[in-house]
Design a protein around this ligand. Structure first.
Ligand code: NAP
Ligand code: G3H
Length: 484
């Protein structure tokens, strides 16, 4: 056992450089969605402990400001190396804690190591500018504004269950390179994985108070942290429901919100159908569809729909289903409630006339990959984010209608357009109301230095290495007025 947890697998929080248990004695038991086994206990922090963490975070600001940027970067390089050394150990925890398949678990850890390195590099390249007053009418070259980016203060990072390592690191690392201190509130299911990331950062040399954690149920402690007067920025990834709530209560604290999606794949009649089908199957079903960017609906015309359905069915039937430790693609969902919701969406669609092509089988929280054809706009699955392995196909008369239905969604994360005609692809891409359009590829976030954003109910603000650093820093101008 390390200082991170005791022999009973009770995990503490990292507070001012030490792993400590809550004085209240309140803990939350974490069991595995894969087989119900006990994984460990995490702390349910009290309000007083939140106050204490925020106080240390404020003290940490001046300490961190004194660390030169190249040394900050070196800590991230060290952490990347430690993560890589600990890949197997952390991937094992991910597999059990969030039932992520082995391949995706390993890839999440390695991707995070790459993210840390890239962010360290980007942070080292941050430069200020000098602006001369003479550029503006009536201005003078005696006035020079020296502008550089400075930290916002204490960043509250709130991460979701589905990428506990990567979506924690993608907030923490850019915030740190921007000179902020960070308090991480990880998803309760996923917290143990996230604490291992934090341990790697601590072991890499982060001083106490610069990065701290607060675990506990969002529904109990979340509002208190979010509305705390000493939080200077909230970087949140999670559901639209919680994101909306946070934006209502956060008052004047700036927010970055990465929320839900209903990503559509528009398949045109001239598309390479075989390629589109295999690419969409991967995009829709990896990690059982529990990705904000999973392909969550296909919109196509009758002319190619039958052929596409056959190809999709073949691909889906080849997907392996079962325990994450067995190297499968589709694994149990995060909890029973999610599986109940998936079942409801399938039943609703079938009752309203959708054609079930494959799937609609469930064992506990393991939902088999399901393909529904002839889905219509009166069905819940046409609009709701399933966060499960369900792929609906909506048939339309032409691409004008496809774009209209794609845009009718409350969400606006990403969309795909599959076609061999780049002109058509561009024209359609211009009309889609989303953060990113993928031409001839499934919807996906990476590579992680690309801008990643959602519009409408999918979010506010932009992630991606340099975009995240920008979001968590502000310009500071010092104007020199020459008098001679
Ligand atoms: P969630 O239920 O919204 O939870 C996200 C985080 O918010 C968790 O840490 C949760 O803590 C916390 N939380 C809940 N209530 C809170 C409150 N009142 N104040 C502060 N924090 C609170 O989302 P999830 O189920 O973990 O993740 C799935 C959702 O995230 C999907 O909708 C998915 O599309 C979205 N997502 C979006 C992106 C993106 O980049 N656009 C990426 C990944 C996931 P607890 O766990 O303790 O409740
Ligand atoms: O769940 C949301 C993630 O940001 C998606 O990332 O496209 O790499 O799976 P991904």
């Amino acid at each position: 056992m390390s200082e991170l947890c005791n022999e009973k697998h009770t995990y503490g929080n990292l507070i001012n450089g030490r792993w400590v248990e809550s004085a209240s004695g309140n803990v939350i038991t974490i069991t595995s969605p894969a087989d119900g086994s006990f994984i460990g206990e995490i702390q349910a922090v009290s309000r007083e402990e939140v106050d204490e963490v925020i106080r240390y975070s404020k003290e940490g600001l001046s300490l961190w400001a004194g660390v030169p940027i190249f040394e900050k970067a070196q800590i991230l390089y060290n952490a990347a190396e430690l993560l890589e050394e600990r890949t197997e150990e952390i991937a094992d925890i991910l597999m059990m804690e969030i039932a992520k398949d082995r391949k995706s678990s390993v890839s999440e850890v390695k991707r995070t190591a790459d993210f840390l390195r890239f962010t360290a590099d980007a942070g080292k390249s941050l430069e200020g500018i000098a602006v001369s007053g003479e550029n503006f009418p009536g201005g003078s070259r005696n006035k020079i504004s020296y502008v550089r980016r400075v930290p916002l203060g204490t960043v509250l990072a709130i991460s979701p269950f589905n990428y506990p390592i990567n979506l924690s690191a993608s907030k923490i690392a850019p915030a740190l390179m921007g000179g902020n201190t960070v308090i991480l509130k990880p998803a309760t299911q996923g917290a143990i994985s996230a604490l291992h990331l934090v341990k790697a950062l601590q072991d890499a040399g982060l001083p106490g108070g610069v990065l701290q954690t607060v675990t506990g149920k969002g529904s109990e402690i979340g509002d208190y942290i979010v509305t705390h007067e000493n939080i200077n920025f909230i970087n949140f990834t999670g559901s639209t429901e919680v994101g909306r709530h946070l934006s209502k209560i956060s008052c004047m604290t700036p927010l970055l919100l990465e929320l839900g999606g209903k990503d559509a794949a528009l398949v045109l009649e001239d598309a390479d159908l075989k390629y589109a089908a295999s690419n969409i199957v991967e995009g829709a079903f990896s990690y059982s569809g529990q990705r904000c960017t999973a392909v969550k609906r296909i919109i196509t015309t009758d002319k190619v729909a039958d052929q596409l359905v056959d190809m999709l069915k073949t691909g889906i039937e080849k997907l392996s289903v079962g325990d994450p430790r067995d190297n499968v693609v589709v694994t149990p969902l995060i909890d029973q409630k999610s599986a109940d919701f998936a079942e409801f969406l399938i039943q609703d669609a079938v009752a309203k006339g959708a054609e079930l092509i494959v799937g609609n089988k469930r064992e506990g929280n393991l939902v088999y990959p399901t393909l529904l054809d002839k889905v219509t706009v009166d069905m819940e699955i046409a609009w709701k984010e399933p966060f499960s392995p369900i792929l609906p196909i909506i048939r339309v008369k032409d691409m004008e209608e496809a774009v209209e239905i794609a845009n009718r969604s409350e969400y606006g994360l990403q969309s795909s357009v599959f076609t061999k005609d780049i002109n058509k692809a561009f024209r359609i891409a211009e009309k889609l109301e989303v953060g990113t359009v993928q031409i001839n590829n499934k919807t996906e976030r990476g590579p992680d230095h690309f801008p990643f954003l959602g519009v409408k109910a999918s979010g506010m603000g932009t992630q991606g290495v340099k975009y995240s650093i920008e979001a968590m820093t502000r310009p500071k101008a010092i104007t020199i007025n020459l008098t001679e």
